[in-house]
Design a protein around this ligand. Structure first.
Ligand code: UDP
Length: 248
């Protein structure tokens, strides 16, 4: 039994979310903010309505994943920009899954933007702002004891399963899931749960109806690269996601 913490205490404020305690030590309240950052917080701004849109999109996608047997931290969403989640100890890893070449994979390998990968690529990055979230090798991950070999195996399997579910779902929305970032945590019963959020802040999403490399972008790249119409793109993702039931 952990010591009781008063409810409503801010325990963490990140770039896009604030975490508060609740009366139950196993439950936290996440508040989604409109604040947006990019390039390791060197670019800062705000996307009007983002908190509510990302909360609603994440809620729908966590429900979809739960229905498909993926354990997540999501419990319920009591208001438009708030989510109640299971308390977890977040692993200091960003698990990135890629289906199509974009972003840092493009820059670091020279592969052409938009190249479809023969099979999904799972990568681990060190969640450490001071170091700029570097890409890890397995050996470095173990050297730093960021996860056990069994956890890495579990993360790899979970990431691929989540990719399969989300890719199929976004396909039904007329959206291509290019790549995305996941975070996982360990709960008080030592279970590995998908945590954080799944939203246009953490995924690259391309509109299938558009081949223009700028027009098709429906995610945070619109903010990162000043492409304009950021709110409208997030709103479009929200509408399409909510229009799709979580049943296949
Ligand atoms: N991503 C994220 N948070 C990060 C880094 C990446 O949500 O701190 C997401 C990003 O939105 C993209 C995917 O992970 O969907 C792969 O990002 P990439 O490594 O290409 O880095 P970026 O180009 O975003 O710097």
């Amino acid at each position: 039994m952990s010591a009781a913490t008063p409810a409503g205490q801010k325990i963490y404020e990140g770039k896009a979310k604030i975490l508060y305690t609740t009366e139950d030590p196993d439950v936290l309240l996440t508040h989604f903010k409109d604040d947006a950052t990019a390039f390791n917080a060197q670019k800062r701004g705000s996307i009007v309505g983002k908190g509510q849109m990302n909360c609603a999109i994440s809620t729908h996608l966590f429900q979809l994943l739960e229905a498909e047997g993926v354990a997540t931290h999501w419990l319920d969403s009591p208001s438009a920009n708030e989510m109640r989640v299971r308390t977890v100890k977040i692993l200091p890893l960003e698990v990135v899954v890629r289906n199509i070449v974009a972003g840092s994979l493009c820059q670091q390998t020279g592969l052409a933007l938009g190249t479809v990968l023969k099979q999904p690529l799972v990568e681990f990055y060190y969640k450490n702002d001071a170091l700029g979230d570097p890409l890890l090798t397995r050996d470095r991950l173990f050297l730093l004891e960021l996860a056990t070999p069994a956890q890495v195996e579990q993360l790899q399997i979970a990431a691929l399963k989540i990719n399969q579910i989300l890719s199929g779902f976004f396909e039904r929305c007329g959206i291509t899931l290019v790549d995305f970032k996941l975070e996982f945590g360990i709960d008080t019963q030592n279970r590995l749960l998908l945590a954080d959020e799944i939203s246009p802040d953490t995924c690259r999403l391309w509109n299938q109806g558009d081949s223009d490399p700028t027009q098709r972008v429906m995610d945070k790249d619109r903010f990162r690269h000043d492409l304009g119409n950021v709110e409208a793109a997030y709103q479009q993702v929200l509408e399409r996601v909510l229009a799709q039931s979580i049943e296949k």
